[in-house]
Design a protein around this ligand. Structure first.
Ligand code: SF4
Ligand code: ZN
Ligand code: ZN
Length: 317
């Protein structure tokens, strides 16, 4: 067995593809933690006084977020939140219990809410109604919008200063490409770490894992003995087709040229930095539910979707 390229003492058991290094478990974990800390510092994402709400799904990425943040930030200033989608064959109860236990061991309280509490309907009910109407809206579109809303709702309710999500490098690279392919500059800038909060109704979001590859979060969780359940969401194959294609292509490119996603995101950070600082986009307020809505729109996306499927009797607050 070769020795670790970093410490030169322990046996290397992990190949860190994008750096070409062979690492031992300890040095690998350290590498992930250090890069998360560096990214937080670089963009001043979190300061020591901040109360931070961690958006936790129960998967490997959210485990890494919880594990690292509870080490580098005062756990009494952390909380977690999970939004239950309401998908019958995708019951994440087991993962959630594992996560709750782990969070509590670290002194982090876990809040939960559900799409049903937020909209009056479970995701299954919204999707069923949408299919009945023959609408071609991906379940992931409903899911993403209501999950974001649920997280923000809990953050406001409990007075958190920041929301930290577990988006990894693969997620972020896909989103950059999709927004550029759509020609949507405002949305492209909206995921830049230097973006100013566009509405007082939004609790500022940060993404500490944005420079960590998905394969790294999987290895990290495995080393730490965290095993998320392997059940897949039944709607996964109904993911919006552009994201599915971009994901597939980026995986192939990364395999051929390891490090390509990291270079893509670093280039994005640089090119859009000035533009993002200069931009002063302010969101409007939805005339139905009072939540933030994109500039130029008087109805938010959540209300618009519920109206389209004929389910707008929501109790969104
Ligand atoms: Fe939600 Fe889509 Fe993920 Fe399923 S695959 S949990 S619908 S975002
Ligand atoms: Zn080592
Ligand atoms: Zn609305």
């Amino acid at each position: 067995m070769p020795l670790c390229d970093t410490c030169g003492v322990r046996e290397a058991t992990i190949y860190q593809r994008h750096t070409g290094k062979k690492l031992c478990s300890e040095c690998f974990i350290k590498s992930v933690k250090e890069r998360i800390k560096k990214e937080i510092k670089k963009y001043n994402m979190i300061n020591s006084r901040d109360r931070v709400l961690l958006a936790l799904s129960g998967g490997k990425d959210s485990f890494v977020l919880l594990d690292v943040l509870s080490e580098i930030h005062d756990p009494s200033k952390l909380g977690g939140v999970t939004v239950i989608e309401g998908i019958e064959s995708y019951n994440r109860a087991e993962d959630l219990e594992k996560l709750r236990k782990y969070a509590l061991e670290r002194g982090v309280e876990l809040h939960t809410t559900s799409i049903k509490e937020l909209s009056g309907y479970s995701l299954d009910e919204v999707v069923k109604k949408s299919f009945e109407k023959g609408l071609k809206i991906s379940p992931c579109t409903f899911c993403g919008i209501f999950r974001r809303r649920g997280i923000n709702h809990i953050a406001r309710l409990y007075g958190y200063d920041k929301v930290a999500t577990a988006h990894n490098l693969d997620d972020e690279a896909q989103t950059v490409i999709i927004n550029i392919l759509r020609g949507d500059i405002n949305r492209t800038m909206s995921i830049h770490p230097m973006r100013k909060n566009p509405s007082e109704l939004f609790v500022q979001r940060v993404k500490p894992l944005r420079k960590i590859y998905e394969y790294e979060t999987a290895i990290y969780a495995k080393i730490k003995g965290y095993r998320p359940q392997v059940v897949e969401c039944p709607y996964l194959n109904l993911m919006p087709s552009l994201r599915a294609r971009v994901r597939e292509i980026l995986y192939l490119l990364e395999e051929e040229r390891p490090g390509i996603l990291l270079r893509l995101l670093e280039t994005f950070d640089e090119i859009f930095a000035e533009e993002t600082i200069r931009s002063s986009i302010k969101l409007g307020v939805c005339r139905i539910c009072g939540e933030p809505t994109s500039p130029g729109r008087d109805i938010c996306k959540a209300c618009e979707l519920l109206l389209r499927v004929g389910l707008l009797r929501s109790q969104i607050t």
